[in-house]
Ligand binder design. Structure first.
Ligand SMILES: *Cc1c(COP(=O)(O)O)cnc(C)c1O
Length: 224
């Protein structure tokens, strides 16, 4: 197994090359290291290597991974990249800095209320179901304008869009579509691209790439 530091170097090299090819500043792309299903030893290794930006897709696991480390690393930044149930909003607002998966009116209202209650100016992205897949979360593109309007009236701070392209589709088509939507609504952040395709997301404007496997190595199979 490669060390985390080796992996980070390789991912950063690809980021740099993609940025150069597309004439972007390397600093304009943030590497969100997806630590879901990774053992604490790997996470500690990544922290040791100096990485501070992480993504998790489940609240309970994220709490187990990060609740105690928060106090130790005050420059830590955590993104929620998985679906959020309204009964977990309180924990999510308390633990995360950015919630990337806002996708429905009920969630907007709960998040806005909870952010006020905790007096926390949490930054949010809207997840767009660009492939209009039945089983996938994310707002349908046609419902994006009304959801944004609601966020605005509820005072929820939306700063970007996020997508997960369909498995058997050409991801760049979805990246380009998301970029167009973000430009249309003046949203600066674009979370798109994972281990297999982040090099293709960067030329299309990704500001946040969500990289798990290429950063940490294969996720271990759960033994229970
Ligand atoms: C797991 C996950 C990733 C990372 O996937 P890799 O292929 O391991 O890079 C990115 N985004 C989301 C939403 C995920 O759930």
């Amino acid at each position: 197994m490669n060390t985390i530091s080796d992996n980070i170097l390789m991912v950063k090299k690809t980021i740099k090359e993609s940025c150069e090819k597309s004439k972007r500043n390397t600093n304009s792309v943030q590497l969100v290291a997806v630590s879901k299903k990774q053992p604490m030893t790997r996470i500690l290794e990544a922290l040791e290597a100096g990485h501070r930006l992480y993504g998790e897709n489940r609240i309970q696991e994220a709490t187990e991974h990060w609740e105690n480390l928060r106090a130790q690393y005050n420059d830590l930044c955590l993104h929620l990249i998985g679906p959020l149930q309204t009964n977990k909003v309180k924990e999510a607002v308390s633990l995360f800095d950015v919630i990337e998966t806002v996708d429905r009116p009920k969630l907007v209202k709960h998040l806005a209320t909870e952010a006020k209650k905790q007096n926390k100016a949490i930054s949010c992205y809207i997840q767009v179901n660009t492939g209009e897949e039945e089983q996938k979360s994310g707002v349908r593109p046609k419902d994006l304008p009304s959801l944004l309007k609601l966020c605005h009236s509820e005072g929820l701070n939306i700063t970007g869009l996020m997508c997960i392209p369909p498995k058997n589709d050409l991801a760049p088509l979805h990246f380009a579509f998301l970029k167009k939507l973000a430009a249309q609504y003046n949203l600066p952040n674009l979370s798109m691209g994972m281990s297999n395709d982040f090099d293709k997301a960067i030329p299309l404007g990704a500001t946040h790439i969500r990289v798990g496997t290429a950063f940490f190595g294969e996720r271990p199979v759960e033994i229970k």
